[in-house]
Write a protein that binds this ligand. Structure first.
Ligand SMILES: Nc1ncnc2c1ncn2[C@@H]1O[C@H](COP(=O)(O)OP(=O)(O)O)[C@@H](O)[C@H]1O
Ligand SMILES: [Mg+2]
Length: 364
């Protein structure tokens, strides 16, 4: 079966200083199956948000933006769209994109206050989506009106775990706590009955208890409705709870992709290992046992336009050799997934992969 979404060599470049162009998203490829929950992780500034915004056509209007690659969509499509084979979302006009954004693909952003309209009651904001015609598996369905509209609003609020949905529906955003606002946003995103939901750090601003509730809601929806979820976060603990597969992003590129379980047990890329080693849970365990210092990866990610030649992680990598500083490592099959590293594998027993050894030999 075709993947629901197949992203190929996605690139977003923007004017840097002078004649330089910077590419915060620089050749990102991944695909998602129907109903699959995939985590996209990496430190702040690696290009996660711009990747998802570019997929939704939201970076086209940035001054000087150039977008390359493909995002092949094989889900529901509006009446009148070509029906044979996947559609490239990046090639759609802004007008056609509006047919997909919020309907085929829903989005939940990090900061719910900036996405909710402070002047409108919740029921009104959800109704805006429900009044529009909806895409279904068999084509288009008319928007809702009257009593069925009201009923659906309450259903959606109930579905995302909003307590007292009838009362809450009539409130304004400022009357809701952070967790309830986040659920309201989720309800708005789900109102369009998307097949794919992109969540960009949706729990970052929430306290731990509320975060767990929002995650439980998402997990239930994903299972009940076969909803595919792309979950962007810098929190690997959240990924472990929610996602079946992990994509690790660094300096505009995917550097590792693996099933979550294998990834947590046996990460192949030194960057992934660094991210895992800096998980608070593990730190506490280790520091209690051995009073080790809390680990964090030294340095910070390079800015777009200042990516080093070769592997972009090399300047921070404990394993970097000459080859790493001169040639970018291609994605290669690793233990259970793929990694782009000249010396993948566990830190202790890593030995040059045959191709790396060959290149290293050439350069000597
Ligand atoms: N509108 C923009 N114009 C130019 N550069 C941007 C813009 N938004 C983000 N960036 C830069 O692109 C890089 C990636 O940003 P982003 O996608 O927000 O990272 P992440 O979501 O992984 O934290 C960062 O270096 C950021 O400073
Ligand atoms: Mg971001």
């Amino acid at each position: 079966m075709e993947p629901l979404l197949d992203v190929r060599e996605l690139r977003l470049s923007l004017p840097g200083g002078g004649s330089v162009r910077a590419a915060p998203v620089d050749g990102v490829s991944f695909s998602m199956a129907r109903g699959e929950c995939v985590g996209l992780v990496g430190e702040s500034g690696c290009g996660k948000s711009l990747t998802s915004m570019t997929l939704m056509g939201l970076t086209r209007s940035l001054p000087g933006a150039r977008i390359e690659g493909q995002a092949l969509w094989d889900g529901r499509r509006p009446a009148g769209a070509a029906s044979a084979g996947p559609i490239d979302l990046l090639a759609l006009s802004e007008r056609s994109m509006l047919q997909y954004r919020g309907r085929s693909v829903g989005m939940v952003f990090q900061d719910p206050l900036s996405c909710l309209n402070p002047l409108l009651r919740l029921d009104y904001q959800i109704a805006e989506v429900l009044r529009r015609p909806q895409l279904t598996d068999t084509g288009q369905r008319a928007g809702l009106r009257g009593a069925s509209l009201k009923q659906r609003i309450i259903e959606l609020l109930d579905m995302v775990g909003m307590p007292q949905p009838e009362m809450r529906a009539q409130q304004y955003p400022h009357q809701l706590s952070g967790g309830l606002r986040q659920r309201a946003l989720l309800a708005i995103a789900l109102a369009g009955e998307p097949e794919l939901l992109i969540c960009d750090e949706p729990t970052t601003a929430l306290d731990v208890t509320i975060q767990a509730q929002v995650l439980a809601t998402l997990r239930r929806l994903q299972q009940e409705r076969q909803l595919a979820v792309l979950f962007i976060t810098h929190d690997l603990g959240v990924v472990a709870q929610l996602c079946s597969r992990v994509l690790v992003m660094y300096a505009g590129r995917i550097v590792e992709s693996a099933p979550t379980e294998a990834f947590l047990r046996d990460p192949q890329h030194p960057y992934s290992q660094g991210l895992l080693a800096s998980l608070p849970g593990r730190q506490q365990l280790r520091s209690r046992a051995g009073h080790e210092r809390l680990y964090s990866i030294p340095g910070s990610p390079p800015r777009p336009g200042q990516f080093p030649p070769g592997c972009r992680f090399a300047p921070r990598c404990p394993r970097a050799a000459d080859v790493c500083r001169s040639s970018y490592p291609a994605m290669q099959a690793s233990a259970a997934g793929q990694a782009s590293c000249w010396f993948p594998g566990a830190a202790a027993d890593s030995r040059p992969a045959s191709s790396a050894a060959a290149v290293a030999g050439e350069q000597r």
